[in-house]
Design a protein around this ligand. Structure first.
Ligand code: RB5
Length: 148
């Protein structure tokens, strides 16, 4: 699997850590920045990662900010992105198994290194189960074009 990864200044330390974890588990990780600790705006990096995931088949994304909230809110604006903010292993497994999440969001100020490693393992060891979940994911995807 190819993963695109991005962060803001509040997620940049965990970005490097997570990139290495995914690479250790056999994935290719393409880092879309930032590459220094200058302050940046998380929607800009959420957009870079989500656009890359949507343009390239069979890829997924990882987004990290201070809480993971801004990244998940931004990513879920993109039609076709199912971004899951995970602070624990159960959420990470369910995000893959039930929701077929294609972007993992993490909060560097919320989850420490050990927790992040266990979240990454839970994510990697879980597959979408399809079945009754598939119709619900289709319904999520159709909401992407809802406007009121
Ligand atoms: C940056 O200070 C912080 O607001 C951002 O990283 C994130 O936590 C927003 O959701």
């Amino acid at each position: 699997m190819i993963y695109y990864i991005g962060a803001d200044h509040a997620g940049i330390a965990i970005k490097t850590f997570v990139k290495e974890l995914f690479e250790d588990r056999g994935h290719e990780v393409i880092d879309l920045g930032p590459f220094n600790t200058n302050r940046v705006d998380y929607p800009d990096f959420a957009a870079k990662v989500c656009e890359a995931v949507l343009k390239n088949e069979d890829t997924k994304g990882i987004l990290i900010c201070g809480t993971g909230l801004g990244m998940s809110m931004s990513a879920n604006k993109f039609d076709g992105i199912r971004a899951a903010l995970c602070h624990n292993t159960f959420s990470a497994s369910m995000a893959r198994e039930h929701n077929d999440a294609n972007v993992l969001c993490l909060g560097e100020r919320v989850s420490g290194y050990g927790t992040v490693e266990s979240i990454v393992d839970a994510w990697n060891n879980s597959e979408f189960q399809g079945g009754r979940h598939a119709g619900r994911v289709d319904k999520i995807n159709k909401l992407g074009s809802c406007r009121i």
